[in-house]
Design a protein around this ligand. Structure first.
Ligand code: SF4
Ligand code: SF4
Length: 182
């Protein structure tokens, strides 16, 4: 079973009362970006207009919002599908209730990252930004190839400044946090 299939199954499993955290939606409604989550009335416009949902059997922003409203904290924060959002903001533009869906997803991702639940690929990118200033480590071979092609050297990354800018927003702590999703 693939990761995506696992996530799909998890989202469709019956809800147990022990999973429900009734305070979760109120916590979210106090966070910047997810203030209007309680206004969602599940019309499905966000899902029907989402370009990622169009090509995925599993990614449904409406479902993510509903899981959060229901207080399924761990289920939503451990969900792989949370990381499929392309942050295009179409959902936010179209929501008839002014729910900032893309921002809610950002808030949920931040909470997931704080728990150490970010997928490895994002952790690697974030570590690379902190180390080199680039989201991807540029292979030495590519640097040499640029030289042979007469291309100018790539601008030097400035990880010190990046670290300074990210101090205080828990980014570094989230990146350094290891462990599997809880
Ligand atoms: S478009 Fe807005 S109201 Fe409709 S399901 Fe999505 S978040 Fe909820
Ligand atoms: S921001 Fe994310 S959830 Fe919203 S439409 Fe774009 S890809 Fe879909």
């Amino acid at each position: 079973m693939t990761e995506t299939e696992t996530s799909k199954e998890t989202n469709r499993e019956p809800i147990r009362s022990s999973e429900i955290d009734p305070k979760f939606k109120y916590e979210l409604s106090r966070m910047h970006g997810s203030e209007k989550i309680l206004k969602c009335f599940q019309c499905g416009t966000c899902t029907s207009d989402c370009p990622v949902a169009r090509y995925s059997d599993n990614y449904r922003p409406r479902q993510i919002i509903r899981m959060a409203q229901l207080g399924l904290r761990d289920r939503v924060l451990n969900s792989d599908t949370l990381w499929l959002c392309a942050a295009c903001f179409t959902c936010t533009d179209r929501c008839p209730q002014d729910v900032e869906v893309a921002s809610v997803i950002r808030v949920l991702r931040n909470l997931a990252a704080e728990k150490g639940c970010a997928p490895a690929v994002f952790k690697e990118q974030a570590s690379s930004v902190l180390e080199s200033g680039y989201a991807y480590k540029i292979p030495e071979l590519r640097v040499k190839k640029r030289e042979t092609q007469g291309l100018p050297p790539l601008p030097k990354g400035n990880p010190e400044n990046i670290r300074k800018s990210l101090k205080g927003v828990k980014f570094i702590e989230a990146v350094e946090k290891t462990g599997e999703p809880q």
